[in-house]
Ligand binder design. Structure first.
Ligand SMILES: CC(C)CCC[C@@H](C)[C@H]1CC[C@H]2[C@@H]3CC=C4C[C@@H](O)CC[C@]4(C)[C@H]3CC[C@]12C
Length: 817
């Protein structure tokens, strides 16, 4: 009775165990699958990098599906194929190392499942036997086993076990010891190596078997229903497992007792296997945990290493910066600029460009000395609003910088103005100045001209002379044509250098570089046009640092003609500019007529150079991205020495990537041979000779900070319209610096500028009318027509005489505004 109870109890436990195991196996296998996928993903990451790893990670389902079809061996071999290189992260190493134990554990669980099925069959047998025993009350064979069972037991290596006390007998009440409790297992979280060691060093080898037995008809059924079981063998390792802790149930030489023996052997196997699996899992869990921890540490360590190296680089750079500043200050202190002081003592000058020719000056960056006061947001907002109208176009001049191989600089200084007063300071009252007191920034950035329809304007004026068409002031830059002519002297050092040279060819080379340099800054100025000067308007620029004084006057309104004259110890420069404009639809061409003249004063007075201007073209008129091109032939003639220089400005072509190219030759016309070769870019530099040994004669200077926001002005251009208190007392009222609409534009007051501009233009028309009615012909104040050449204008030098004595304040000048 007890026996039956015990059996049913056992049955119940086994079913429970089976159900539990079925679930466990299922979820374990699921987990193993997931792990496999993850392992593969990590392998991909290791092999191909994160990009592909991510891709894999993005398709976990498909990977999972595909991968689940792989056998464990395939997986293991694929893992081996991608073995991590030495020094790879611990996590990666774990992924690869864990492949084999986990696969084994998975196999073992499968086995356990099968064993449980066997157990249940054996139990059925036992039940059957005990029922038969009790019902028929008869014993079977003497040893309690059928011949078949005996055979099978031999075959599978199963044998009866003795109890721990050595007795073969035992109580029927003895417990079956399929120990599912955790007692024999390591406590959670403990290291399996320390706390739990299976009998064999390798948990895999301990129980890598599959059990299978049958003696009874039931087991025969089993064999036939599951043929694999018949072929399964029990390895010797089982004996290792089964030597210990086997609970003995003593049955008196009956088939039942033998079945019990089988049952116990199987149960013990299951127990050992489960222990081993648990061990493996715990082991792997711990290893995974420590791998993860170490990787996290490595990650944080490496990022902190990067941070600390960045910090040290930063501190080094700061140190270098401090040293550089100190050096610059020293340079500045010892810089000798006295030799530039002619009429009055000269203040230290600041550089504008990348290089210059002067020997005893050194380059230092004006920005180091900034007071740094930019326009505030208020001004910017004002700039962005309002659209005004302006008039016509014109010529102007620009300059870049010079360079020589020795390294040089171009510099500027102020006109003796001791105070930094600017009659039209920044709106917020601040002035950004450099060391000499000259400003380094315009008071306001260029207004936003989006939405300005140039197209409508041009359509309305088709057929008209565009120089006479009034254009919105928003299209203007706060400089006029007279000032742009002065801008051509930015690289006047080239002329100083030319004057020093005794070789006439070299002198020509430097004059040619000066001619090219005047186009340099126009590269940045496609966006806006200079103001048209009013008739009688003048502009003077005294640059003691550069050693020249310049004066210009608007001598004609119809057609607009601007003339200028500059004096220096080393040269005289003069030119008259009339611009012919052609509108081509999307682009506009400007052809300045007239000549530019330079006379080098050293070593003799007979070195006169004259040249024409090439065509300037503004492309993409109606889109924001206007760009400038220069093309044509520029011929410089040395009138006195019969030496010429022919320069070609190559037109930008759709078919070529080359832009802004200039090349040319210096020809000794007396001998009819090329004596020098020149090449370069008008926006960059001009070289003499043959590459790669060519010598750089001129290089465009660096642009100031935020130049795009400030009309693309160079530092030299920024200073041209500056008005300080002292100059304000000296200058004639006709000087451009007093022109109010241009000043308002500079300050960002578009509405005010527009209104004033219209008023001034109207006043000019009225004046003209009045003069015509009175029969008075306008006579330029400071220039007179060349008697031999109607088109040409001579400077009378009266301007400087009157300036000196009695002073412009003491003579009456026509009020233009
Ligand atoms: C519709 C608008 C925006 C057109 C703008 C036209 C501007 C960019 C044009 C008009 C007249 C042109 C100037 C004409 C003459 C000279 C003299 C030369 O030695 C250098 C280039 C320079 C100074 C040109 C620069 C570009 C220029 C200023």
């Amino acid at each position: 009775m007890i026996n039956t109870e015990f059996l049913s109890f056992l049955m119940e436990r086994i079913h429970l165990l089976q159900a539990f195991l079925a679930k466990t196996v299922e979820s374990f296998q699921e987990w193993v699958e997931q792990l496999k996928v993850h392992r593969l993903y990590r392998q991909h990451v290791l092999t191909f990098g994160c990009g592909r790893g991510d891709r894999l990670a993005a398709e976990p389902k498909s990977v999972n599906k595909n991968r689940s079809k792989l056998t464990t061996t395939e997986l293991a071999s694929s893992v081996k194929a991608c073995s991590p290189p030495p020094g790879m992260p611990r996590l990666a190493a774990w992924i690869i190392d864990s492949a084999s134990p986990l696969d084994q554990a998975s196999k073992r669980l499968n086995q356990v499942e099968k064993n449980l099925q066997q157990l249940s069959l054996v139990l059925d047998q036992i039940e059957l036997a005990s029922a038969t025993d009790s019902e028929l009350g008869q014993n079977n064979l003497a040893d309690g086993l059928s011949p078949n069972v005996k055979k099978d037991r031999k075959k599978f290596g199963l044998r009866k076990k003795k109890s721990s006390g050595g007795s073969w007998g035992g109580s029927k009440n003895s417990h079956c010891s399929i120990d599912l409790s955790n007692n024999a297992l390591p406590p959670p979280g403990s290291s399996p190596n320390k706390n739990f060691e299976p009998s064999d060093a390798s948990p895999i080898s301990t129980c890598s078997f599959s059990g299978g037995l049958s003696t009874s008809p039931a087991s025969n059924n089993l064999s036939s229903s599951n043929p694999t079981l018949c072929t399964l063998t029990r390895p010797h390792s089982l004996s290792t497992c089964s030597e210990r802790d086997v609970p003995i149930v003593d049955y008196k030489s009956s088939s039942e007792s033998q079945s019990h023996g089988d049952f116990l052997a199987l149960a013990k196997d299951v127990n050992e296997c489960l222990k081993s699996v648990l061990y493996t899992l715990n082991n792997e869990k711990d290893r995974l945990k420590s791998a993860l921890e170490s990787e996290t540490n490595i990650g944080s360590n490496s990022s902190s290493a990067v941070l600390s190296s960045l910090r040290s680089i930063l501190s080094q750079t700061q140190q270098q910066n401090v040293e550089l500043r100190a050096r610059l200050n020293k340079i500045h202190e010892v810089a000798d600029v006295s030799d530039l002081t002619e009429p009055k003592p000269l203040r230290p000058s600041l550089s504008y460009s990348s290089s210059c020719i002067s020997q005893n000056e050194q380059f230092f960056d004006a920005e180091e000395y900034l007071n740094n006061t930019g326009p505030d947001t208020d001004i910017v907002e004002r700039c962005a609003s309002g659209v005004v109208e302006t008039q016509g176009s014109d010529t102007s001049s620009e300059a870049g910088s010079i360079s020589s191989e020795e390294g040089s600089l171009s510099s500027e200084n102020s006109e003796l103005a001791p105070s930094h007063y600017n009659a039209h300071n920044n709106i917020d009252g601040s002035v950004s100045t450099n060391m000499t007191g000259r400003r380094t920034k315009l008071p306001c950035p260029r207004p936003n001209t989006e939405g300005l329809s140039l197209w409508n304007l041009l359509c309305k004026n088709i057929g008209k002379d565009l120089s006479q068409v009034s254009m919105p002031v928003a299209l203007n830059e706060p400089l006029n044509m007279l000032q742009r002519m002065c801008e051509e002297l930015e690289y006047s050092e080239l002329l100083d250098k030319a004057a020093e040279l005794t070789d006439p060819y070299e002198r020509m080379v430097h004059v040619a570089a000066f001619a090219v340099s005047s186009y340099g800054s126009s590269y940045y100025r496609a966006g806006s046009k200079p103001f048209n000067p009013l008739l009688g308007e003048t502009y003077e620029c005294v640059r003691e640092d550069k050693g020249f004084k310049f004066v210009a006057e608007q001598v004609s309104h119809h057609p607009p003609v601007s003339v200028c004259h500059a004096d220096s110890r080393n040269f005289i420069f003069w030119q008259d500019v009339r611009i012919k404009t052609k509108f081509w639809g999307k682009s506009m061409e400007f052809q300045p007529n007239g000549f530019i003249n330079v006379r080098l004063l050293k070593p003799d007075q007979k070195d006169h150079y004259r040249w024409n201007k090439v065509t300037t073209c503004v492309h993409n008129l109606f889109s924001g991205q206007r760009w400038v091109d220069q093309y044509g032939e520029l011929k410089i003639v040395n009138v006195d020495k019969n030496i010429t220089c022919k320069l070609t400005f190559v037109k930008a072509s759709y078919w070529s990537a080359k832009r802004h190219e200039v090349h040319g030759v210096v020809i000794d016309e007396n001998e009819g041979k090329v004596v020098r070769k020149l090449f370069g870019k008008w926006s960059e530099a001009l070289y003499c000779g043959v590459a790669p040994s060519a010598k750089c004669i001129w290089r465009q200077g660096t642009m100031p900070e935020d130049y795009e926001l400030y009309y693309g002005f160079t530092r030299f251009a920024i200073e041209l319209n500056e008005l300080d208190a002292e100059s304000a007392k000296i200058l004639p009222v006709t000087d451009t610096r007093f022109r109010p609409d241009q000043r308002l534009l500079e300050e960002g007051d578009l509405d005010g500028a527009e209104k004033l501009k219209l008023q001034l233009e109207q006043a000019q028309r009225d004046r003209r009318k009045r003069f015509e009615e009175l029969g008075i012909h306008h006579e330029p104040k400071w220039f007179k027509r060349d008697e031999d050449n109607e088109e040409s204008w001579d400077f009378t030098n009266k301007y400087w005489e009157v300036r000196k004595n009695p002073g412009f304040q003491n003579i009456s000048l026509e009020a233009l505004w």
